[in-house]
Design a protein around this ligand. Structure first.
Ligand SMILES: *Cc1c(COP(=O)(O)O)cnc(C)c1O
Length: 431
């Protein structure tokens, strides 16, 4: 096979004519950068852009590539699994990679999560979580409990049920507000603990308990809905309110899982466990698409005692062996090192490197938690100018709304983090 079938110009023309990109128009209006390969924390471009042929990845490919790219251990896991089988159906068949992954996930997630549904993407794992909760209540004779409660500022994916619990305003799914299932929203959580807000949470759960199947939230860090952080105390408040009023609790840890916030799972900051938990993104170290929905035995038993005693969900690529094998290797790689120390090191470097952004005009907030750094502007970011400013510093960033943010791979060296921080500041200063 020739190294490249198309010139960069031809690629971009075909891309523009035929290929949808995330949240993009058709045909595309801006040219994406062409990545030829990636290794460690660097993306290698097909041709130099603003004088840079390589960019340090400040995004971990949207939270996922925690070990960087082309990692020898993950490559080896993929190669050796590929030689056995890359996929077989999961109905009536099973295999070691999926079983090993499920057992490992049960071992490392908070008690009493015990059962694992392996699916293709984060959005699907949220669909499965919601289906589990609605079916649980149906099975135990409470079919009216079919709505969800969440707080504003959240993001849970792009398929139908997840869209219904994304922030309904200024978010990406506003267009569908009259069409989606109508869920119950409370205000976005304040950063610090406020008793009046905690009371608002308790009141909302109490008031709607008869129609609520579940509360669904992203614990501690709200990702694509606004990159906001909140006090873990609110998760304890939700756990207590849900227990008191007979409502299930779903934690969407798709972005926060696998160490990103400084705890292996963000629920640990609060010392509480949900009834259902969604994992994705960093699950396979950014290699392949896979997500997981975990639930307690109470939820599983409830479903299994119902009129339809099965969970009617079964994606074609459920439990994909290749993705499962890489996920196992990624978890072993993470837990086999002092990852807490690495995340602390990145937290300190981001705190230091992003501090100068506080003095820039137009910056309203700078915040860092674990290996996540956020600069918030008091206006909409100029995407083209901000992206160019970062690329000129040799860094890949993907700002949105009023946010310039980074969640670098855990393997980023101190110099890489310093460079990423300079790029975030340059992007923030770009207007
Ligand atoms: C990314 C994300 C999702 C959706 O995952 P996809 O794999 O993109 O479908 C859901 N919830 C949260 C918190 C996410 O960050």
């Amino acid at each position: 096979m020739p190294e490249t079938a198309y010139s960069p110009g031809e690629l971009l023309a075909l891309d523009r004519a035929h290929v949808w990109h995330p949240y993009g128009p058709m045909p595309g209006r801006t040219d994406p950068l062409i990545v030829q390969s990636a290794s460690g924390v660097r993306l290698r471009l097909a041709e130099p852009v603003h004088g840079q042929r390589e960019l340090v990845d400040g995004m971990s490919s949207w939270w996922s590539a925690i070990h960087g790219y082309n990692h020898p251990v993950l490559n080896e896991a993929a190669h050796s699994q590929l030689e056995r089988m890359s996929h077989v159906m999961f109905g009536g068949l099973t295999h070691e990679p999926a079983v090993r992954l499920a057992a490992r996930l049960v071992e490392i997630t908070p008690e009493p999560l015990r059962h694992v549904f392996l699916c293709d993407s984060g959005s699907v794992s949220v669909e499965v979580a919601v289906k589990m909760c609605l079916q649980y209540w149906r099975s135990v004779g409470r079919p009216a409990k079919q709505r969800l409660l969440t707080w504003r500022g959240g993001y849970h994916g792009d398929t139908w049920q997840p869209m219904s619990v994304c922030d309904p305003e200024g978010g990406m799914h506003e267009l569908w507000s009259g069409v989606l299932p109508r869920q119950i929203f409370v205000d976005a959580p304040p950063a610090g603990f406020e008793e009046s807000y905690a009371q608002q949470l308790r009141d909302a759960v109490a008031r709607h308990a008869d129609e609520l199947a579940a509360v669904i939230v992203e614990p501690v860090v709200q990702g694509a809905g606004g990159m906001r952080f909140h006090s873990p105390e609110y998760l304890r408040v939700l756990r207590e309110a849900c227990d008191e009023h007979g409502v299930l609790l779903i934690f969407d840890e798709i972005a926060t899982g696998f160490g990103r916030t400084g705890a292996l799972f963000a629920a640990e900051h609060a010392g509480v466990s949900p009834d259902v938990m969604c994992l994705g993104k960093a699950l396979t170290g950014g290699y392949l698409t896979m997500a997981a929905t975990l639930c307690t035995s109470r939820v599983a038993d409830g479903i299994s005692r119902g009129e339809v005693p099965v969970l009617a969900h079964g994606p074609t690529f459920m439990g994909n062996p290749l993705a499962s094998a890489v996920a196992c290797a990624s978890i072993d790689l993470l837990l086999g090192q002092d990852w807490q120390q690495e995340v602390k090191r990145i937290e300190a470097a981001l705190t230091q490197g992003l501090a100068p952004a506080r003095d820039l005009p137009g910056v309203s907030d700078v915040r860092v938690l674990g290996a996540i750094g956020v600069v918030q502007l008091d206006h909409e970011v100029d995407m083209a100018a901000a992206t160019e400013a970062a690329v000129r510093e040799g860094v890949w960033l993907r700002p949105f709304r009023d946010l310039i943010y980074t969640m670098p791979p855990f393997v980023s060296a101190d110099e890489d983090i310093a460079r990423i921080a300079r790029a975030v500041c340059a992007a923030a200063a770009s207007g």
